[in-house]
Ligand binder design. Structure first.
Ligand code: SF4
Length: 265
């Protein structure tokens, strides 16, 4: 006799909370943030290095925006996460749910089960924030997404080189007609040739995809990940680089991390 066992889907989380989105196309909107643990990249400017490894516990906000966190063990079973999201979802408050990290696509198998359920429970649109380097995992959950913010990692700034992966990833988003944008962190040492290459790549896939240039928020000395600190670009360079990219694509906007200005999470 074969005994059938059902494995309960689980996720490794960092935190769940309600906050104002500070970056990209959804800037200023209110979201329920699900921050997943684990990342397989090591960007020099990373402000979420605490997500690289899965902690034994995660913190879960009880009431949206009140920062009244409870501590729970990892990994988290799917029904429990659904309950926490439902608790956050007060009428009329949130515009969407943000899947962030870390790299949320490292949890693609979990998300494939979780997203249809959380969508039908909350009726909120689902926004994915990703490093844009795992197209196979993206394909697994594409039908359940409404919008995607893809980080395009410039080798000169991030230390990562992912051109082929980014191209495949962005093409998948465009083919699925998702509301998609590209975010590029720029720093003092950005190589303009990489910006030109990025703009040409986006234009080739769809010139309608907006690009957000995000001047890096320098990390405090204690959190620096490389010997050479990643510094913000000068105002002159930002103007020059925006003009350079606009030769290829019409929508190139410059927006820093606004949540940090507002002292938000
Ligand atoms: S992809 Fe995001 S979380 Fe991962 S190292 Fe880069 S900035 Fe950090």
């Amino acid at each position: 006799m074969t005994v059938k066992t059902t494995v309960q889907p689980t996720a490794r989380l960092i935190e769940v909370f309600s906050a104002i989105q500070g970056e990209g196309l959804n800037v200023g909107t209110r979201q329920i943030f699900l921050r997943f643990a684990l990342c397989d990249l090591r960007c020099h400017f990373c402000d979420s290095a605490h997500t690289w490894n899965a902690p034994a516990t995660c913190r879960i906000e009880r009431s949206p925006g009140l920062r009244d966190f409870e501590i729970h063990s990892n990994p988290v079973p799917l029904p429990m996460l659904l309950q926490w999201v439902e608790r956050q979802n007060l009428p009329c408050l949130h515009d969407s749910i943000s899947l962030t990290g870390g790299e949320p696509l490292l949890h693609a198998a979990f998300l494939k089960e979780f997203l249809p359920q959380v969508r039908s429970l909350t009726k909120l649109p689902i926004y994915l924030e990703s490093g844009g380097h795992r197209p196979e995992q993206l394909a697994m959950i594409l039908p359940y997404l409404d919008s995607v913010g893809m980080d395009l990692k410039l080798p000169s700034v991030s230390g990562e080189s992912l051109w082929q992966e980014h191209t495949k990833f962005l093409q998948l988003c465009a083919d699925s007609h998702l509301n998609t944008f590209v975010k590029i962190i720029i720093a003092e040492n950005t190589n303009p040739a990489e910006l030109e290459h990025s703009a040409a790549m986006v234009a080739d896939i769809s010139p309608d995809i907006p690009v957000f240039l995000q001047p890096v928020t320098p990390l405090p000395a204690s959190a620096q990940l490389t010997e050479m600190p990643v510094l913000a670009p000068t105002p002159e360079k930002v103007l020059t680089w925006q003009a350079l990219m606009k030769q290829f694509i019409p929508q190139v906007r410059v927006i820093p991390q606004t949540h940090k200005m507002l002292d938000q999470m």
